[in-house]
Design a protein around this ligand. Sequence first.
Ligand code: SF4
Length: 397
Amino acid sequence: MPSVVFRRGLDLKDAVAADLAAAYHSRIVDEIRESGFTRVTGRLTIHLAREFGFCYGVDRAVDYAYQTRKRFPDKRVFLTGEIIHNPHVNDRLRAQQIRFLSDAAERDTVLGPDDVVILPAFGVSVGELARLSREGCTLVDTTCGSVLNVWKNVRRYAQDGFTSIIHGKADHEETRATASQATDFPSGHFLIVRDEAEADLVCQFIRHGGDGGPLLAHFGGSLSPHFDPARHLARVGCANQTTMLMSESLRIGEMFREAMRDRYGEAELAARFRAFDTICSATQERQDAVIGLLGEHALGLMVVIGGYNSSNTCNLARICAERVPTFHIADPACLVSDLEIRHRPIGAPSTAAVSEVVTRQWLPAGPVGLGLTAGASTPNNIVGQVIERLSAWGTPG
Ligand code: SF4
């Protein structure tokens, strides 16, 4: 039986609005916004970035998940995996008996037409969508419009015989889903580069050719099946995971443009190279806002809040760490005391399982300017709790 798909919500926005506000709203965040994004408590001045926290795609995905539970109170409701990379939001959904197919306990779960499955904001692969459709489940698709925009470009590349070079993390759900759009076409191919160092390896091959074996060995699971470097790097189109560092994605695009120009000449460039800026506007706004914050104020340190597997949060932390001591924390409990903080090391792989480190004497003595921001999957109530905790340490007890 074909599945029913909801893509524009379930007409219950008003019915879940109060629940969402109760779960994620923060009065203290509203107050700090109204006071010019600054809050002074004793020796501590907190400067909040002008854009932070839930983006439009996450807002919508969480809203749809609540609507789904309300619309189908008696059905089994599943998520394919984390709806967003924030443990608090995922735990609240679990508390509403929304089950996660990615959990080990669900490994043997058999789905059927009576089940409802929510697809996350970063989408699912072409194969996974086909499997869920075959099983006849009701699908609530929360895939963000900005992700769909990347898919549109990757599909066009594949149709036109261009290999998609995806700047992203090969183990990230969004990047896996994006790559699957290329291989949905018989002659479609992709190659995922994580950073400029990996992009350089590919660019060297484009320039000089030679034995493709080392390239295949290096990229292993980051390539489409039957990838032949000599054939499949002759025409390339750049795309990216929506939450990468904007400046790095742009540089990687330029690196490929230069390599193709060096190999084939200017006259061939239009026929062999394409690029499309697929960083989403919410990611860009949050990165721009934190750069603005670092430029406007004399900050002693930055605190960045978000899940440790949240790509956009990790990238915000990278931006900050280039300028000031930066602590990426998952939640308010990481602020153990004004003497001790638990945090994710900057630059560590963005996985939920990354080991935290503990830093002591993290809050400088005397008057201090502290910058604060939060990734696109961090709700305001978590930001508010962090502000409350910090504020308590500003005033001498
Ligand atoms: S970070 Fe961007 S692409 Fe991802 S859900 Fe948010 S708005 Fe959409």
